[in-house]
Design a protein around this ligand. Structure first.
Ligand code: ADP
Length: 223
């Protein structure tokens, strides 16, 4: 379970992006986070793996309270797929981007080779493993960013606008892939069809607050 208690966050320029957020996200659940541009969705989810650290309030993942000393533990459990795949792909070769996390964990080389190949094959990008990520299409970059996270075998997956660059066929493939690999998911999206298809619960944000929280049908109304 992810437990968030009284979380607030203000950017250095004085913009308050989160105001006293308190929510629990149980294991084996799939939660959507929706709201207008600027509501605070990205700021909130960027806290879930310690990419942002709480200024006020706290977040815990099971018994681990997120702080700068336990980020390795947290990041093994929580995978965060950023809104922009370019923020996640930074080496000169796709293969190296996928290997980066496992190498950081100190996995043995033969194990790294095995999990990286499996991840690249899962997303049908094995043939492109020697390409620079910058030469991939936007959709391919999106899948590559997922592979870089899924290769770590996270127990919780946090996705920020995962379907942005995907056509309907690839959107379906992404849903199938993610559902087969991770049970606890949190998705920020404007793609309400995607939320309907993948989330049982929805949190609606406005001005840094959660203003509604409940079953998807109740919060989003009729499809
Ligand atoms: P959402 O993901 O819902 O669109 P964000 O979390 O990106 O919202 O932004 C919440 C608020 O924080 C907005 O008012 C936005 O302008 C502001 N904000 C986001 N990033 C920064 C930043 N780096 N510096 C200052 N303000 C920011």
């Amino acid at each position: 379970m992810i437990s968030i208690q009284n979380l607030s966050f203000t950017y250095p320029d004085g913009t308050t992006a989160l105001l006293n957020i308190t929510i629990d996200i149980p294991n084996n659940s799939s939660t959507g986070i929706v709201g207008a541009n600027g509501a605070g969705k990205s700021t909130l989810v960027n806290h879930f793996n310690g990419y942002f650290l709480p200024q006020t309030g706290s977040i815990s993942i099971e018994k681990d309270v997120i702080n700068k000393k336990n980020l390795d533990v947290i990041r093994k459990k929580v995978g965060l797929v950023f809104q922009n795949p370019d923020d996640q792909l930074f080496t000169a070769r796709l293969y190296d981007d996928i290997a980066f996390g496992p190498e950081n964990l100190g996995m043995p080389p033969t194990e790294i080779a095995r999990v990286v190949e499996a991840s690249l094959r899962d997303i049908n990008l094995w043939e492109l493993r020697d390409k620079p990520p910058s030469h991939l299409s936007q959709g391919q970059k999106r899948f590559a960013a997922f592979a870089a996270v899924l290769v770590m075998n996270p127990t919780i997956l946090v996705m920020d606008e995962p379907t942005s660059d995907l056509d309907p066929g690839n959107r379906r493939k992404l849903i199938t892939l993610v559902n087969s690999l991770v049970k606890t998911k949190i998705t920020v999206s404007h793609d309400l069809d995607f939320i309907w298809d993948t989330c049982q619960r929805v949190c609606l944000m406005n001005n840094g607050r959660i203003v509604a929280d409940g079953p998807t049908g109740k919060i989003l109304g009729c499809r």
